[in-house]
Ligand binder design. Structure first.
Ligand SMILES: Nc1ncnc2c1ncn2[C@@H]1O[C@H](COP(=O)(O)OP(=O)(O)OP(=O)(O)O)[C@@H](O)[C@H]1O
Ligand SMILES: [Mg+2]
Length: 595
């Protein structure tokens, strides 16, 4: 039954601006559909909501005589008394949303309850139409047109349809992640954006974010007294340099809470740096009397009865689940771990007869040793390798060998045409020449995008490359960036270009392949990067860097090392692989039993 809230309760409701933009309308309507027990929700948008917003569900519906009541302020079927306010189990509770939306738009509602007849009501200029018979649709369909028609200033604040649509997509994604059991469809200008069936949260994450995500998830699933946490946190492959993929739900309500986010970031400890954001989708399941959701009209802020208890429990839970990452450290570091306070090495872990490092890994792993299985798996799975690598380099980054002076560039050698070995004060470093150069080029390219172009070398014989029409379109989007990197490219005819010059650091004769690969890979892999420019720079760096197998003379090695240490992140390449491996004098001494 939809009823008016009693006067004293009205005054306790945190009501106010509910509708800020089309996405807030979508949010309110989806919440109503979910509260109505829908198992299917379809959102249709035209022009980013500037024109039309429509949400249809198969929930319990509204009876014809309740239609006019539903759009009145402070009329709701979800709470009735002040006590109810402290045990809210629905997403809505204020009886405010439909009234607010109707006051600034043209609204029409068609609804039919499971058994009853269908009926329609429309509100134009604040005036309610008569309730008309309508087809039975087995649920509710609410359509909003002309949003903010009577509040021109707010209409002016609307962003472009594309931007508004992006915000709507985010809203639908949030609810999709909170309710993977519900089918969601999002259609924008007749284009299918999402169409997801009832599925597991893992599948939902893949479908709403990126199909590679589920491979990089660590499950959270625990109960601590009357609190429970479920969901996933991402491994280091899903760490991004800007926030945006942190989905926090309280009893399946999407919330924003800096303290709780912080508890999760803190659990990553040294695995992430300041300014890096891990991925998570976590639902906090708390007794409803432990939270107050009546804090802000948007209902995304909540108050916890005991936020510090929640902070510590969640941090420790997430921390536990990240142990698998924290415990994987490269083996030569680990197998000489100091095992007691006498600072003695545990030689039992080392079998000098074996030169193969992997065989020095203990076969009976315990907490403090390497998990052999993870290691084997690591060999087969680049993801785990990258995870391990990132972990290692972020530990390395804590130690101080940044200081360029400590790299003795006189004592520098190339081994196997692949690695550069050099002395440092604390021992020795081994540098992977390809990834080192990759890091340098990556940062140079990013800088070039912002300011002056990188140097070019003119080709004696310009190259002509032909493309398919699709590729040619994409090429045109990235052309200005290629020029910044040092390519000089001229459009030859409808489907071909002529390359007159290439980046001066790129080997001659590679231009055709590099451009093609940038094009192909960039299209496939761009989702890995937080921005278009980062993706492009990484792709270029990877393709243009010197390779394993390239011989380097001493001056080239010195130059490479010096430039590497003037980059912002000399420890790992744009794809997350380590650039430098370090072996301390202590470790060497340990191996030679010099203690
Ligand atoms: N899609 C729907 N299906 C069934 N009933 C609905 C639907 N949308 C709204 N209603 C009914 O109309 C009432 C008013 O909706 P409205 O969104 O304005 O308020 P609310 O959901 O109760 O609270 P809030 O303002 O916090 O959203 C609801 O309480 C519910 O009974
Ligand atoms: Mg509502």
């Amino acid at each position: 039954m939809i009823k008016a809230l009693p006067e004293d309760l009205k005054n306790k409701i945190s009501a106010g601006e509910v509708v800020e933009r089309p996405a807030s309308v979508v949010k309110e309507l989806i919440e109503n559909s979910i509260d109505a027990g829908a198992s299917q929700v379809t959102v249709s948008i035209e022009k980013g909501g500037h024109n039309t917003i429509q949400v249809r569900d198969n929930g319990h519906g509204i009876t014809p005589n309740e239609l006019p009541v539903a759009v009145k302020r402070f009329h709701t079927s979800k709470i009735y008394t002040i006590d109810d306010l402290f045990s809210i189990s629905t997403l809505g509770f204020r009886g405010e949303a439909l009234a607010s939306i109707a006051s600034i738009s043209e609204m029409s509602i068609i609804s039919s309850s499971k058994k009853g007849e269908g009926a329609e009501l429309s509100i134009v200029n604040g005036t309610l139409s008569k309730v008309q018979p309508a087809p039975k649709i087995g649920g509710t369909e609410i359509s909003i047109r002309n949003l903010f028609y009577n509040t021109p200033a707010r209409k002016k604040f609307l962003k472009t349809p594309r931007t508004e649509l992006r915000k709507i997509v985010n809203v639908v994604r949030c609810y999709g992640l909170a309710f993977p059991d519900i089918e969601f469809k999002l259609i924008a200008d007749n284009r299918n954006i999402f169409n997801v069936k009832s599925e597991s949260l893992e599948e939902r994450i893949d479908n709403l974010l990126d199909p590679t995500y589920s491979r990089n998830l660590i499950a959270i699933n625990t109960t601590k007294g009357d609190y429970a946490f479920t969901g996933f946190v991402g491994n280091l492959n899903l760490v991004r340099s800007r926030p945006g993929e942190q989905y926090l739900f309280l009893n399946r309500r999407f919330i924003k809470d800096r303290l709780i986010n912080r508890s999760i970031y803190n659990a990553y400890e040294s695995l992430i740096k300041r300014g890096e954001y891990p991925f998570f989708v976590i639902n906090l399941i708390l007794p409803i009397d432990q939270v107050d959701v009546n804090v802000h009209p948007m209902k995304t802020q909540v108050r916890f009865k005991d936020e510090w208890r929640l902070f510590h429990l969640l941090k420790s839970e997430v921390g536990h689940s990240l142990n698998s990452i924290l415990e994987t450290v490269p083996f030569f570091d680990k197998s000489f771990q100091k095992t007691n306070s006498n600072q003695k090495y545990d030689y039992t872990k080392f079998n000098p007869a074996n030169h193969n490092i992997s065989e020095t890994v203990p076969t009976n792993p315990n907490q403090n040793e390497i998990d052999f299985n993870t290691f084997e798996e690591g060999l087969n799975s680049s993801n785990i390798n990258i995870r391990r690598a990132k972990d290692y380099v972020s530990k390395l980054a804590q130690t101080k060998i940044q200081d360029r002076e400590t790299i003795a560039t006189e004592n520098i050698w190339q081994i196997h045409k692949k690695y550069i070995v050099s002395e440092v004060n604390s021992g020795l470093v081994i540098i992977d020449q390809h990834v080192a150069h990759e890091r340098i080029l990556y940062e140079d390219a990013l800088k070039a995008f912002e300011s002056t172009s990188m140097a070019s070398q003119t080709l004696l014989f310009p190259e002509i490359i032909e493309f398919s029409p699709d590729d040619f379109d994409v090429l045109f989007d990235i052309l200005p960036y290629l020029e910044k990197i040092g390519f000089k490219i001229i459009k030859q005819d409808e489907l071909s270009i002529r390359i007159d010059a290439i980046p001066s650091e790129m080997a001659l004769g590679n231009e055709r392949e590099v451009i093609r690969e940038i094009l192909d890979n960039f299209l496939n892999e761009r989702k890995q990067y937080s921005s278009f420019q980062e993706g492009l720079a990484a792709m270029f760096a990877c393709k243009a860097a010197i390779k394993a197998g390239d011989t380097l003379v001493r001056e080239e090695m010195q130059e490479l090392v010096n430039r590497l240490f003037s980059t912002d992140h000399p420890y790992y390449c744009p794809h997350g692989r380590p650039i430098i491996v370090q072996m301390s004098l202590d470790e060497l001494d340990g191996r030679f039993e010099r203690h």
